[in-house]
Design a protein around this ligand. Sequence first.
Ligand SMILES: [Ca+2]
Ligand SMILES: [Ca+2]
Length: 508
Amino acid sequence: MMKKLIAFITLLLLSSILLPVQAEEKDTWEDEMIYFIMIDRFHNGNTSNDFEVDMNDPRAFHGGDIQGIIDKLDYIKDMGFTAIWLTPIVNNESKGYHGYWTEDFYEVEEHFGTLDEFKTLVQEAHDREIKIILDLVVNHTGYQHPWLQESEKQDWFHEDLPITNWDNQENVENGRLAGLPDLAQENPETRKYLLDMAKWWIEETDIDGYRLDTVKHVPKDFWEEFSKEVKSVKEDFFLIGEVWHNDPTYVADYAETGIDSFVDYPFFNEATRIFSKSDQEIGKYMEVVWKRNQNLYDNPYLLGNFIDNHDNKRFARLAIEKEQDPVTQLKQALTYMYTAPGIPIVYYGTEIAMDGGEDPDNRRMMEFEDHELVSYIASLSDIRKNYPALWKGDLEVLLDQNGMTIVKRTYEGDSLIIAINHTTSDQTVTFTHEQLKADLQLRPILENTTIIDDSDGYEISIPKETSEIYLVEEATKQTNAQLWIIVAAVVFVVGSITIYLFKKRKQN
Ligand SMILES: [Ca+2]
Ligand SMILES: [Ca+2]
């Protein structure tokens, strides 16, 4: 009996050593970098679907399609993006180039291609380790949706009333946004249709996430059920919602529904504001947004940061209006976005400093060129990919003075220091050895700016209106010490041999 017990315990101990409990590897999306494409305005890869295309009308189809995106996947991959957010793919009514005017929830828009082409796109993207996030609209249909003519579908829509009071949640949820027929998600039939449809696209095409349109116009209890249902179809399916509101608490209230992340409008508002002038406290606002998000969200690292999107004037236009150089400004704002906590989202065209005013001017046809911002974004992506401090590290502001900002991001002892000089003069900052700890040194990894290492500390120089990212690493002084050990060892060995030979000779 005792022997058996000992054998059993031994076996148990052995099995616990040999078979360690495997920590479930869960892809949390924190490390993603998203490229946002408006399908019609990106790349025309198939001219045979170009009916009713009018390049002179900014509100007409311009010819971009699924094949065009497939053709440019390597271009997107080379900039370091790990996910693509696409505007809605579903069949739209006439002039619905943007995809938000659904005519059929289960069909692919003819201008964009076929369901098979879309499946190919998802497959080709996955082959390149790029995820596909599809924009989904469940709040409304297009103005002319066939259901409006069906007598048995009348209760699928809310009454034809406009949204007049934006502070009245009931009106925001049940009124017609821009006059669009508002779906009644509280009707069990309508609800089931929308949930089945959302699950069908995942099962059929293997997409990885949804960007949810007009979240605040649909009741929270719908989103609760929606989140549960779609996540039951595919593990780690990602939901990023659009709650277009300036109050961060209002946005965060939707996290209870199970939506993982939100496009961070409060971040966007601060980012565009602090880069509009040269003397703003950039570090302070990075910290303000971060602390607030830490208080509001379970995982604030999943929030989607952006400086450009399809509903606002492009960042380049804001710079031009302030008589700033758009490329210079974009480089700094992109550095800010890539190094602030959260997932960076780059809207197509930002990489060529595309100009554009209000919608639809901010949706011009993409032009592919060898632009310096393309390689700048690739460098930022590369740094973000290699250093988890940027996607899950903490944040400390080291300096914040009249537009000169230095912040530190640290994860498990590994640190990066980010310097943004948004002033009109060159800046020099010295870190004492005490500040940096004696055995550490800085290495520039973005722009290769100069560093002077002297007895007082490390002096970094940031030219006006540029940024730099420094890796905090172990000082090469240790390598020097190692070098001395090698020299000493060589001297010792040579000396020993000489003495040995000398003694041998003497013996002879
Ligand atoms: Ca086309
Ligand atoms: Ca609604």
